[in-house]
Design a binder for this molecule. Structure first.
Ligand SMILES: Nc1nc2c(c(=O)[nH]1)N[C@H]1C(S)=C(S)[C@@H](COP(=O)(O)O)O[C@H]1N2
Ligand SMILES: [Mo]
Length: 182
């Protein structure tokens, strides 16, 4: 797993932070809704809405993220093969566990839901054990809905053979819209 060569330059343009996998993993365990870690409200279109057992919200009791907010989190990238694309593709976005830390998630289960009404519950533990991404870029570009975007949950399928089965493929939700922490 590695951050992407050339990412710094684009990140400089986009104002993204960039760090290696694992950095900041334990951050934000004890934040409150006030103070410097408060979540600003999104100014662009909302791509992801997180609700349920979270300590930090920004609108209607939920934590809503537009693209800029997602890309302001530390960005991580890796290539992975999946059953739903013929080629190995490169995925870039925040780690799911860092996103959960950002909203102060406290539950043990994540209910993921997608644009096409697909819905599945996954253990929060997956996000700790695996470098799951909420990918906002596919091969360095925003992901169209017809390419299963704008957000995809992805597991590091290429670096762990034990992930390459129906259980984790079914948890790899494309067209992700909401996460509820149970
Ligand atoms: N949004 C969404 N994500 C999804 C699904 C789906 O129907 N909708 N199906 C899941 C399952 S069961 C699998 S095996 C993989 C691949 O689904 P596909 O073969 O229908 O593309 O995506 C997973 N993610
Ligand atoms: Mo599946």
């Amino acid at each position: 797993m590695s951050t992407v060569a050339g990412m710094r330059r684009r990140d400089a343009l986009l104002g993204c932070a960039c760090s290696v996998i694992g950095a900041g993993r334990a951050a934000a365990e004890a934040d409150t809704t006030a103070g410097p870690r408060a979540l600003a409200a999104p100014s662009g279109a909302v791509l992801l809405s997180i609700g349920g057992r979270i300590r930090r919200t920004n609108r209607g009791g939920r934590a809503e993220f537009d693209r800029a907010m997602l890309q302001a989190l530390p960005q991580h990238s890796y290539a992975a093969r999946t059953p739903w694309f013929a080629q190995r593709r490169k995925y870039t976005g925040p780690l799911l566990r860092e996103l959960l830390a950002r909203v102060g998630a406290e539950g043990s289960t994540l209910r993921l839901a997608a644009l096409n009404d697909y819905r599945i519950d996954i253990p929060v533990d997956d996000a700790r054990r695996f470098d799951m991404l909420v990918a906002c870029l596919l091969d360095d570009r925003p992901i169209g809905v017809r390419d299963k975007g704008p957000l995809l949950v992805i597991y590091p399928f290429d670096s762990d053979v034990d992930l390459r089965n129906a259980l984790y493929y079914s948890r790899s939700v494309w067209q992700l819209t909401t996460i509820d922490v149970l």
